[in-house]
Ligand binder design. Structure first.
Ligand code: SF4
Length: 201
């Protein structure tokens, strides 16, 4: 079974609308996944993105998410903002600072943020947890789902929800909705290395 098939199987086995903690990296990536998932889950968002450099950019992405939540006007969706520690985070990424975007550094980056999400979900009794990152064409959805599977073993009381939000027209819908909303759209992935890469281009 591929990740999408696993996702649909999980949805078909749901009982009621369980609580889901979803890691969200920015406003742009949250648009379609939130509309889609709220049919199945009671959603809390975990904004855990110490990768983002500089802090002003972290704030811009968070503001874009808040703008979208205001637009959704859904009192059921909660927003949890994790602590920001770009210095500590960048140290962990620095081993692979010369890798291009999409390389080994990104796998570490996915894992760090997903593990924070799992830890929080497990500690606070969420039945499910996942990340929105697979909506992006620039992110490796297979790695994301592999990491989810690994973390599930470390935090067995929370189930990882397999996902590839870009599939089944997800990415087209997300882009269309973003155009209508006119949310802030960043032009680099997030870390200082991706910012340098963009500036060099
Ligand atoms: S390019 Fe993006 S995913 Fe890769 S390490 Fe930087 S912020 Fe993380």
């Amino acid at each position: 079974m591929n990740n999408l098939q696993k996702h649909y199987q999980q949805l078909s086995e749901l009982k009621g609308r369980p609580e889901l903690l979803i890691h969200i990296c920015c406003g742009v990536c949250s648009v379609y996944p939130l509309i889609y998932l709220r049919k199945y889950f009671r959603i809390s968002i975990f904004f855990s993105n110490s990768n983002i450099y500089p802090y002003e950019e972290f704030e811009r992405r968070l503001e874009a998410l808040k703008t979208y939540l205001k637009h959704l006007d859904d009192p059921e969706i909660k927003l949890i903002v994790d602590a920001y520690d770009n210095e500590g985070y960048t140290k962990k990424l620095s081993v692979f600072k010369d890798e291009p975007e999409g390389g080994k550094r990104c796998r570490i980056c996915y894992r760090l943020r997903m593990e924070e999400t799992f830890r929080y979900a497990s500690r606070h009794g969420y039945a499910y947890c996942t990340t929105v990152m697979s909506i992006s064409n620039r992110k490796n959805a297979n790695w994301i789902n592999e990491i989810g599977e690994e973390l599930q073993k470390l935090y067995p009381n929370t189930t990882y929800l397999y996902a590839d939000f870009k599939k089944d027209d997800g990415i087209t819908r997300n882009e269309r909705m973003n155009k209508e909303l006119n949310l802030y759209h960043q032009n680099y992935c997030g870390c200082i290395y991706s910012l340098m890469e963009r500036n060099n281009d």
